[in-house]
Write a protein that binds this ligand. Structure first.
Ligand code: FMN
Length: 378
């Protein structure tokens, strides 16, 4: 048997969740990815020791990839005072320690570049998540958005961005990406979800501009997300994947529906995006909050639809907690990767345990050598 034939038959013996996934020049060793999770303990955007412990756990548990939390491209693009930032060169050192943790075990790691827009200037979730203007006005900052529409009743009215400011914000995404590359990240994700700035340009609920950057025309509303993607793609090495997290549906009347997201995904694909990470919700409208009831795998149908209709790889997320469930998503071609958050906090060795459950021929091979050696002898 030739060595390439042997390798391919070994790969097909693996459960689908544990087959490698190549994207440009990056290969995810398996399909289990740590989803971005804000930790709210940064100091003026700088990662804390906590971040090393948080990512250290995941880096030892056999995942195929990981994403660092929403990281603000400008100081005022943070959600809270505790959010990570990448708006200064001084942020790079700690971030490079995080990438080092994953690289020590051959795991690709990405960063989610974000701007909070009108949802920024908020208190920490554990302190009520209220606008800072209510809680501690002296620490609040002015928020920006496509239109001067507050997130919801009781929130400050953001300032509508000028066209010049739109261009400066796109440049800030590029500068942030350059720092991320300097910190050793293998891929970049644009945070286009959850009601933050990029998402708020795409949603008709939050974008009522009268110029080419918004309003009723979908072509205008997708201009900002697409321009951010184009700018990043032309600044990034061709070898490096670019991901985009979308709120696939707003879940409120008059908001984004899945067919709109398919149109966006097709445009992003042309702009050089390689994979869509399909989340939902976050925009709050006049009719109130989204009516999206979380249940096991509740967002998987969006990843499946975008993958099928826009013909682009996707990552599924949202209450994916069981080995068989995750494996089935990949086996059925509903998504290319599965992202996990709360289950990872609960069980950072999820991938290793899933490999055992699914009959992987050598689950210990997912672990660092110094663990694998001992665990094979149990
Ligand atoms: C503590 C916490 C922080 C989060 N921070 C982010 C974030 O920085 N960016 C993002 O896109 N989603 C964020 N999310 C959403 C998760 O990435 C994920 O989409 C969501 O938790 C659903 O997945 P799960 O059911 O596996 O937890 C966060 C979720 C949690 C629980």
């Amino acid at each position: 048997m030739s060595s390439s034939h042997r390798e391919s038959s070994q790969r097909s013996a693996l459960p689908p969740l544990f087959r490698p996934f190549p994207l440009r020049d990056v290969t995810f060793p398996n399909r289990v990815v740590v989803t971005p999770m804000c930790q709210y303990c940064a100091d003026d955007g700088h990662a804390a020791e906590w971040h090393l412990a948080h990512h250290g756990r995941f880096s030892l548990g056999g995942v195929g990839g990981a994403l660092v939390e929403a990281t603000a491209i400008t100081r005022n693009g943070r959600i809270t005072h505790g959010c990570l930032g990448i708006y200064s060169d001084s942020h790079v050192e700690r971030l490079s320690q995080i990438t080092g943790l994953y690289h020590a075990h051959g795991i690709p790691v990405g960063i989610q570049l974000a701007h909070a827009g009108r949802k920024g200037s908020a208190a920490l979730p554990f302190e009520g998540a209220a606008p800072l203007t209510e809680y501690d006005p002296s620490s609040a900052w002015e928020t920006i958005a496509p239109s001067a529409i507050p997130m919801t009743e009781g929130w400050p009215t953001p300032r509508a961005m000028t066209v010049d400011e739109i261009h400066r914000t796109i440049n800030a995404f590029v500068e942030a990406a350059m720092r991320a590359i300097g910190a050793g990240f293998d891929f970049i994700e644009i945070h286009g979800a959850h009601g933050y700035l990029v998402n708020s340009f795409f949603s008709p609920i939050s974008n009522r501009r009268g110029d080419e950057w918004g309003g009723p025309s979908m072509e205008n509303r997708l201009r900002f997300p697409v321009r951010v993607a184009e700018a990043l793609r032309s600044a990034m090495p061709a070898s490096m994947p670019l991901l985009y997290r979308t709120s696939s549906v707003d879940g409120i009347e008059g908001g984004i529906e899945i067919d709109d997201t398919v149109v966006l995904a097709k445009a992003l694909k042309c702009a050089g995006v390689d994979l869509i990470d399909c989340s939902s919700g976050g925009i709050i409208g006049p009719s109130g909050r989204a009516l999206i009831q979380p249940s096991p795998g509740y967002l998987v149908p969006y990843a499946e639809e975008v993958r099928r209709s826009a013909e682009i790889p996707t990552m599924a997320v949202g209450l994916i907690t069981e080995a068989e469930q995750a494996n089935e998503i990949i086996a059925a071609g509903r998504a290319d990767l599965v992202a996990m958050g709360r289950q990872m906090m609960h069980q950072s060795n999820f991938a290793y345990h899933a490999a055992e459950k699914l009959g992987h021929p050598d689950p210990c091979s997912l672990l660092p050598d110094s663990y694998a050696f001992w665990l094979r002898r149990r």
